[in-house]
Design a protein around this ligand. Structure first.
Ligand code: CP
Ligand code: NVA
Length: 309
């Protein structure tokens, strides 16, 4: 089953084709209804909050001629403890695909194993692959190439891990500045280095930002970590992406943030609402365009089959 669960191990040609197809969907909007989704139903199952992912998938599915059913924990039996496998089997019998946001990665694996239909990872505690496809498209649009210098400031979380996966796919240069205790999984870093990426993990945000073309950050406490918010706020003090940090970056440097953002915590209002942060709003819009290409990949094999339109 052609699930879309991770960027890890994705051939560079497939990820490049995903970006090309996304750009094509963006350019040709509004476009037609491809036979692989027209009249079909996709379940969008959200066990965590979502704005961009939910709207991006609902609009993408609707514009491709399909129908989306959104299920959240509250109001579905998942929230009352129904096993993932049982939900997966039932959804797989009624729907043609599943977009799933959940907590532990093992729940994603269980959904994918039991559903019998394509499953798309819309975020776990471990990874956020759909977001990084949109981020890469944004960098390509703004800077004309993916072969630039990337800095990640803050938590070595799901976003950071998916960025390290992308660095491995394309052999990118990525420096992450993370406080002690919040580094990304060293095995993920080691795998990326073995695949040819230049990945460094440092403690000093200035060291990461020096010469960077893209400075990225994310919330200090991700969904599910709310109880740790105070401890994390102490650990991450000093990991603010602001004008001072941008002084060390390249002249053309842009900021990226997957959103939602906390102004004055991980990113200053002057950056997110200023010229350096303009790409952040493209990044959010690009979720919807890239979702179309991701759906196509999951439903048809995408890059290795016909690209629609
Ligand atoms: N960036 C992102 O995934 O946003 P949502 O949580 O709003 O879907
Ligand atoms: N790291 C964040 C990303 C939100 C889109 C979280 O998991 O909550």
């Amino acid at each position: 089953m052609p699930h879309f669960l991770t960027l890890a191990g994705l051939p560079a040609t497939t990820l490049t084709s995903l970006l090309d197809a996304s750009a094509s969907y963006k350019r040709t909007r509004p476009h037609g209804h491809p036979p692989w989704l027209n009249g079909k139903t996709v379940a969008v199952v959200l066990e965590k909050a979502s704005t961009r992912t939910r709207v991006g998938f609902e609009v993408a599915i609707q514009e491709l001629g399909g129908h989306a059913i959104v299920l959240t924990s509250v109001g579905s039996q998942l929230g009352r403890g129904e096993p993932v496998e049982d939900t997966a089997r039932v959804l797989g019998r009624m729907c043609h695909g599943i977009v799933y946001r959940t907590f532990g990665d093992e729940r994603m694996q269980r959904m994918a194993s039991a559903s019998g239909v394509p499953v798309i990872n819309a975020l776990t505690d471990l990874e956020h692959p759909c977001q990084i496809v949109a981020d890469l498209l944004t960098v390509r649009e703004r800077l004309g190439s993916l072969d630039v210098r990337y800095a990640w400031i803050g938590d070595g979380n799901n976003m950071a891990v998916s960025w390290i996966h992308a660095a491995a796919v394309f052999g990118l240069t990525l420096t992450l500045a993370c406080p002690d205790g919040y580094h990304p999984d060293p095995d993920v870093v080691a795998d990326a280095r073995a695949a040819g990426a230049t990945v460094h993990v440092v403690g000093d945000p200035v060291e990461a930002a020096r010469g960077a073309d893209v400075i990225m950050t994310d919330v200090w406490a991700s969904m599910g970590q709310e109880a740790e918010a105070r401890t994390r706020a102490e650990a991450f003090a000093g990991y603010l992406v602001d004008d001072g940090l941008f002084l060390h970056a390249s002249g053309r440097a842009i900021a990226l943030h997957c959103l939602p953002a906390h102004r004055g915590e991980e990113i200053s209002a002057s950056i997110i609402d200023g010229p350096r942060g303009e790409a952040i709003w493209d990044q959010a819009e690009n979720r919807m365009h890239t979702h179309k290409a991701i759906l196509e990949l999951a439903f048809t094999g995408g890059a290795h089959g016909p690209i629609w339109p």
